[in-house]
Design a protein around this ligand. Sequence first.
Ligand code: SAM
Length: 440
Amino acid sequence: MSRPTRRKDAARTIAFTVLREVWGNGAYANLALGQRREGLHAADAAFVTELVSGTCRALGTYDLIIARASGRALNSLQPAVVDVLRLGTHQLLAMRVPTHAAISATVDLAALQIGERVAGTVNAILRKVAAHDVAGWLELLSEGSDERGRLALATNHPRWIVDAWAQVLPADELADALAADNVAPSPCLVVRPGLADRAELGGTPTRWSPFGAHRDGDPSAVDVVREGRAGVQDEGSQLVALALARATAPAGPWLDLCAGPGGKSALLAGLAREAGELLVASELQPHRARLVADNLRAYREPNRPVTIVADATRPAWRDGAFARALADVPCTGLGALRRRPESRWRRKPTDLPGLVALQRDLLSTAIRSVAPGGVVAYVTCSPHPAETVEVVAGATGVTVLSAPEHLPEVPDAASGDFVQLWPHRHGTDAMFLALLRRNA
Ligand SMILES: C[S@@+](CC[C@H](N)C(=O)[O-])C[C@H]1O[C@@H](n2cnc3c(N)ncnc32)[C@H](O)[C@@H]1O
C-alpha cells in the first residue's frame, strides 16, 4: 500500500512545538509563543496564538472529551499524541476550521512530528470528537453533574476554582466571573509618576487609575516605554499601589518587600519621590531583582529608588525602619487567569498550604518593618480566600484600615474592609488589597 503524502503546515507545527514545551517541559505558553511566533505573517501568528491559547485554556474539558472519544485513559496515550489531539479538538470544536481540514491537517501533523504509526489512532479519535459540536459534548459530559460542575465544564475551569469563586462572589455573578477569565485583556500601560505624562502613552485612559492607558500593539514600540519612563501594568496593580500611597502614615522611607519584576515598585517609587521619600525595592531572586532595577532605571536623584536582593522572611533591615510597606506576596495567581491560558490547569489546591505559610511569614515581616503608625498593604493577585482574608485574619499588632475608603472612585470594590477587584466588574485582574496600620 502506498504511503499517504503528508503536508507540512508551518503554523500548526509551531503550535504543536509550543504545546509540547508547555505540557512537556513546564514552559509558560505566552513566553514560548512569543519566541516561536517571530517571523510569521500576522494571520499565521494570530492562528498560532488562538490555537495554543485556546487549547491551553480549555485543556481540562478537551481531555475529558478525548478520553470519552477514545475510550482510553489519557495516560495510556503518548504525551505528544495527547497534545496533537488537543490541538485537533480545539480546531474542531472552537475554531472555524472545516471538519475535514481540521482532521487531515492534524493527522498530517501527527505523522510528521511523531510518526506515521500514530496517524491511524489520531484519525480515528478525531473522527469521534467531530461527531458532536461543543454544545453536544458539554451536554454529554455534564450528565449527572450539579450546577457548579456544569459551569466548570462550560467555562473551562477546574471545579476547585469554581468552588473558591463561589465562596467570595454572589451566585448570580459566578458565570460572568468565570467567563471573564476566558477573554485576554488589552495591554495596559502606566507612567512612572514625575517622569512622563499620561498623554505620552496614547491609547485610552484607564477608568480609575490616573496613571494608565489601554493601548493595543507592541508596548516596546512606544517611546516612553522604551525610555523607561513608562511600563506595562494592569490597572488593578496601579490601583493597589495608589491606595498605599494615599494612606495616612508617618514620614519615612517606603519598602516593597516582594518587588520582582518591579511593576508596582516603579509606580510607588515615583509616588514616594513626589512625597519626598525614598523607595527600597527588595526581591529574593537575583534575576528578578535585575528586572526591578531595569524598571526603576529612569529615576534619578533626589530619592533615587534602591533595589536590593534579600529574603524578606529574614529581613536585612531593622524593625520599624519604614513608614509604608507593600507585601505583594507570591500567590497562586488565580486572579490573572485571563493572562495565562495554561495556569488554571497547572495550579492545584495542593499549592495553597506552602504559599499560605510563606504569605503569613511575609505579612508578618512587613508589619515588623514599619514603625508604629506605619501602614502595610497586603496584596495578592488571587481572590482565593485562603490567600486573602484568611492570611490577614492571622495578622497581629495591627488595626485593619478601610481599604475601599482609599479607592473611593472604584465602584463595587469593597469586600468588607478589603478591596477585591474582578475582571468581570472592573476589567482588571482580580487583585486583593488589605491596608493595615501597625499599632503603637
Ligand atoms: C507577586 S510577585 C511581586 C510582583 C511585583 N510586586 C510587581 O508588581 O511587579 C512576588 C515576588 O516575591 C518574590 N519572593 C518570593 N519569596 C520571597 C522572599 N522570601 N523574600 C522576598 N521576595 C520573595 C518572588 O520572587 C516574586 O518576585
